[in-house]
Design a protein around this ligand. Sequence first.
Ligand code: CA
Length: 382
Amino acid sequence: MKITAVETFVLSTTLPRPFAYSQGWVTARSTTVVKVTTDEGHVGWGETFSVGLQPPQIAASVIDNALAPLVVGRDPLQTDVIWDDLYVRTRDFGRTGVVVGAISAIDIALWDIRGKAAGLPVWKLLGGAFRDRVQCYATGFFRLQGQHESAEMAEEAARHADDGHTLMKIKLGFGLADDIVVMNAIRDAVGDRSGFMIDVNHGYGPNDAIRLATALEDFGLRWIEEPVIPEDLSGYRRVRDAIRTPVAGGEAEFTLYGFAALFAAQGVDIAQPDICLAGGFTALKHINVLAQSHGVQVNPHVWGTAIGQYASLHALANTPTTHPGLYADQPLFEYDTSSHPFRTALVSQPLQHEDGYLAIPDGAGLGFELDEDFLRAHAVEQ
Ligand code: CA
């Protein structure tokens, strides 16, 4: 089998109401989708996660100009070899960021092809499923004003609890005082029905991150996410040493090399690679092994379209339990509850949780039918 074409599609839609996280206002949901075609009729789909403020055209340009010429004509089943070649050939201008995001999209598409060619779901090709369903946690709690929205956050928490979620992650990083007011309001609303994790999106330095986690000590948080900027590995270690809450991070980290440095710094209890950013399935295999060897849990970050969601679910099926036991913490699916039309309209079977859980897909490849007419109708000029 040979790859005959690599096509990119840039999707972007302006949100009716912009929302904020600690780093800024999100005015559009965007993504870069890649289609890989073969001479045997199998087609693979992949996605580069567009971080909140990232223009999706950059990844499309990397794929079109730098990566596509390296993969056309290759055997799509040789995913390790192609991943290595793409990484090595872009090393001097890549290694992180959009270039690795672009490699991720191609890698995901190649695994989709591998699965379709074998008639097997991707998780089976990865080595099997450690679980047949994955618990979700509700992620959302973005702000429409900024500060002083504790009442709205409490209402949102109640909606998620009514919807069946028993875990939810609260966006913080809007100032310590406001953060604490928000958490108290949410606990008052649903504390008897839900556990919590918090995400400050690297909005603080180590001192304030420590102050926040300490102030919320009696919440029994599952984790505090991205307490400091991703470059500050010693800051991660300072926070982790100073608090009892587990520290999570890695959604802005890339490949085995980035995670190796984070683990060597003993910066996290929980690693959060995004499959559409950190290097695709092939990189997540590397990161899983590294994490296991350092006693770090892997809990992928998920905030993409349906393609990224499906890919993440296959990866989650194949993510081992780091600290095994009868009642061990299992990796969770980050269930995006914020506004995103490409999460539901792009595929025939958008993922929908049942009682807070998602079943592992059993179709060949990634397991969805992509609506190419919808994709082409919504692709914007590059
Ligand atoms: Ca996050």
